[in-house]
Design a protein around this ligand. Structure first.
Ligand SMILES: Cc1cc2nc3c(=O)[nH]c(=O)nc-3n(C[C@H](O)[C@H](O)[C@H](O)COP(=O)(O)OP(=O)(O)OC[C@H]3O[C@@H](n4cnc5c(N)ncnc54)[C@H](O)[C@@H]3O)c2cc1C
Length: 363
């Protein structure tokens, strides 16, 4: 247990927050020990992995438990199908690479997403047309109250777009210790996502591609479009893409037409819904490439908030709030953060997290 710990090396925003204590845990017994230590002192607990989806708005007044539980076990293998159980502390991208090397397919579109395996189900990580729930068959977790190990199947995880039960009712109750993945020795490729398709056509024109080549193209597109946190600290997309009802969307489109604006959208699995690119909304509000002191918005990707140097969590949060407010005022849509904001010991640090809704019709 490290007291008064500096969290800067442990969050990809590079925010210099301190925790009352930090425990780096490699087993269930370690986790239980950290929980008891916190309980004996009446301190709150924050579970974290790689810190790539967190914003520390200030110092954390409790115990940060950093999950570093290792392990990869092949639980079952039959014909082309296999079931893998992976320790929550394993690095996600290294797992993707290792699976490709084994000839175990299904994770290729999710290459190069930062963070740990244990955090992947929390927001049902997704990229280039694939989400974790297409391969995750369940998780193993430690129940904080009872100290029991429980397993949740896929349905119990309640996966949705960048969402799961681990962001809601189970957030402070379950600690994921392992994730189960159903993979295949036969490739079922997803190559329709436009930027991925373009990259594949450019690299391998006319050829039938392999899962490794899909992963290679995904990495190339990501490296070209997203800033590397090691060079320019960030937490990826700060906001989710808002999902509107088809009716609300037509209202918005109607308003936009008067301004000669064409509002882009994607289909979702529900034909009554429209998903809007939050990046487009932010770009319309003039956020792309803006800098305010030590913090700013990436010049190629308006959804990515960046820390140019010694920006604080409070400055990053203030910027996020301004961005959220401007989209609400102009389009009547409330952007919901994808990044989890960890409130400090003092101060009003909340960012509205309601579902997106049309609250006005200003354009
Ligand atoms: C450059 C960049 C690009 C990104 N691209 C994508 C992308 O394409 N798609 C995408 O979905 N995400 C993306 N992200 C976001 C991030 O990588 C994912 O959300 C990732 O899963 C976070 O992993 P982590 O280990 O860093 O989690 P952390 O940031 O440490 O934690 C995230 C949340 O999970 C909880 N948590 C962590 N571990 C556990 C556990 N074992 N048990 C219970 N709760 C836990 C934490 O309490 C917190 O609420 C990107 C981030 C960056 C910096």
């Amino acid at each position: 247990m490290q007291e008064s710990a500096d969290l800067k090396p442990f969050n990809t925003f590079g925010v210099a927050a301190r925790a009352r204590a930090l425990a780096r845990v490699r087993s269930v017994a370690d986790i239980q020990e950290a929980l008891s230590w916190a309980e004996a002192r009446g301190l709150p607990i924050l579970i974290m992995g790689g810190g790539s989806n967190l914003l520390f708005a200030g110092d954390y007044p409790g115990v940060v438990v950093r999950i570093e539980v290792p392990g990869r076990t092949l639980l079952h293998s039959e014909g082309d199908d296999l079931l893998l159980e992976v320790g929550a502390g394993e690095n996600w991208h290294r797992l993707v690479v290792a699976c490709l090397e084994e000839g175990w397919f299904g994770l290729e579109n999710l290459a190069l997403i930062p963070g740990t395996v244990g955090a992947a189900p929390v927001q049902n990580i997704g990229a280039y047309g694939v989400e974790l729930d297409s391969v995750c068959t369940g998780v193993v977790a430690l129940e904080r109250d009872s100290g029991r190990q429980v397993t949740l199947d896929r349905d119990a995880c309640r996966f949705a777009y960048r969402d799961s039960v681990f962001k809601h009712s189970q957030q402070d109750r379950l600690i994921i210790t392992a994730v189960r993945l159903g993979l295949s020795r036969r490739a079922h490729l997803h190559t329709d996502y436009p930027s991925l398709r373009e990259e594949l056509d450019r690299r391998f024109p006319g050829a039938e591609v392999t899962p490794a080549q899909v992963a290679e193209a995904v990495c190339a597109v990501r490296r070209a479009r997203l800033p590397d946190p090691a060079q320019l600290p960030n937490a990826g997309s700060f906001f989710k893409n808002p999902v509107l009802s088809a009716d609300a969307f037509s209202g918005l489109q109607e308003q936009a037409r008067h301004r000669q604006l064409q509002v882009p959208w994607f289909a979702t699995t529900d034909p009554a819904q429209r998903k809007l690119p939050a990046a487009w909304l932010l770009e319309q509000c003039g956020w792309k490439g803006r800098r305010i002191g030590a913090v700013g918005v990436h010049d190629q990707h308006p959804l990515v908030i960046v820390n140019h140097g010694e920006g604080t969590g409070a400055e990053l949060l203030a910027l996020a709030r301004d961005m959220q407010r401007s989209v609400r005022d102009r389009f009547g849509i409330l952007l919901e953060p994808e990044v989890r904001i960890i409130e400090g010991a003092a101060g009003d640090t909340s960012l509205q997290q309601d579902s997106p809704e049309i609250v006005g019709k200003k354009l």
